[in-house]
Design a binder for this molecule. Structure first.
Ligand SMILES: [Zn+2]
Length: 325
């Protein structure tokens, strides 16, 4: 018999974690951190981490991966199964998370859940696979990843335990991103665990969003700087791509664009490395030597000094800035 326990992200958006267990194996689907203003720092797993055989990680976002180092510290010594791109982005995000917690300890005396060394140790437990490659974990237990189209490396997990097929979507893309493929749909499943963050909302069309972006750029850049808040993973790369297109089409002024987030800069490098996993049209631009995440006006800002210099200048420009995710 297969039992599933929902341990997070139920009636809330963050903290994704679900435990799948049989008589022989215990598998954790994601190991996410709850995020928000009033979430206490301390966390106790409602199971024994030593007994977990596998963690299957759907994607790198902290609300899906953020407690992995704590799981390791509490005794987990199994395998963490993910795509290769997910492993690479997860390492960056966990290191960033450790850095933020260290700063919070220095400023507010809040003890961190883990440090950079714990992240390095945790990374040793990763075992990575590509999409569409069925993986045998144990006798009668197989996993296959499909493309979830959410961020680079994001996967829909098909977990077959004996005759039962369980599908865990993780976060799924909306299908009209110029970078991400539309999410893949599995053929037939017995159990479906599905995210529904925007399930009750109609998004405006991409064209309308781009039109508004151009309108705001033109308005603000008449005599000022435009600050666009972006998530370091996914949103930053999409905005860079769209700003380049708008400038090339002459729809917005050719001002300097600063990606003012070291994390965003490093994640963008991973998008380049794994462009083959993204939309074909996007990847083909790389193959033709036309890096879609780079253009003359774009500068990747990697030092705090440069960041302050840009903020203090009178230059009309666009600044993309991130905080987490
Ligand atoms: Zn996500």
């Amino acid at each position: 018999m297969v039992r599933v326990k929902f341990l997070g992200a139920c009636r809330e958006v963050t903290g994704s974690m679900h435990l799948v267990e049989t008589e022989n194996v215990k598998i954790l689907l994601d190991c996410g951190m709850r995020q928000g203003k009033n979430v206490p720092r301390v966390y106790e797993f409602p199971f024994d981490p030593e007994e977990i055989d596998y963690v299957i990680l759907s994607h790198a976002h902290i609300d899906h991966s953020g407690l992995l180092p704590l799981l390791y510290l509490k005794g987990f010594r199994g395998k963490i199964i993910s795509t290769t791109a997910t492993r690479d982005v997860t390492e960056l995000l966990l290191l960033d998370s450790a850095k933020i917690m260290k700063e919070e300890q220095e400023k507010y005396n809040i003890p961190p859940l883990f440090d950079e060394y714990d992240v390095r140790e945790t990374m040793l437990f990763f075992e990575t696979y590509e999409y569409h490659r069925p993986i045998k974990l144990e006798d009668g237990v197989k996993v296959e990843f499909l493309d979830a189209g959410h961020i680079v490396g994001s996967a829909v997990t098909l977990l077959r335990i004996n005759e039962t097929i369980l599908c865990y979507t993780g976060d799924i893309g909306h299908g009209n991103s110029p970078l991400m493929n539309p999410p893949e749909t599995p053929k037939a499943v017995d159990v479906l665990i599905m995210e529904s963050t925007y399930g009750n909302r109609e998004h405006e069309s991409r064209e309308e969003g781009i039109r508004k972006l151009a309108e705001i750029c033109n308005e603000v850049l008449k005599d000022g700087k435009l600050l666009i808040p972006v998530f370091a993973v996914g949103r930053a790369q999409e905005i860079i791509f769209e700003l380049k297109r708008l400038m090339q089409a002459g729809k917005i002024p050719r001002v300097k664009v600063y990606l003012d987030t070291p994390l965003g800069c490093n994640v963008t490098e991973i998008y380049r490395n794994y462009a083959y996993m993204l939309r074909r049209e996007f990847y083909e631009l790389f193959l033709k030597g036309k890096d879609p995440l780079s253009f003359e006006q774009l500068e990747y800002v990697k030092s705090a000094g440069r960041s302050i210099e840009i903020a203090r200048s009178d230059e009309k420009c666009i600044i993309l800035s991130a905080s987490g995710m």
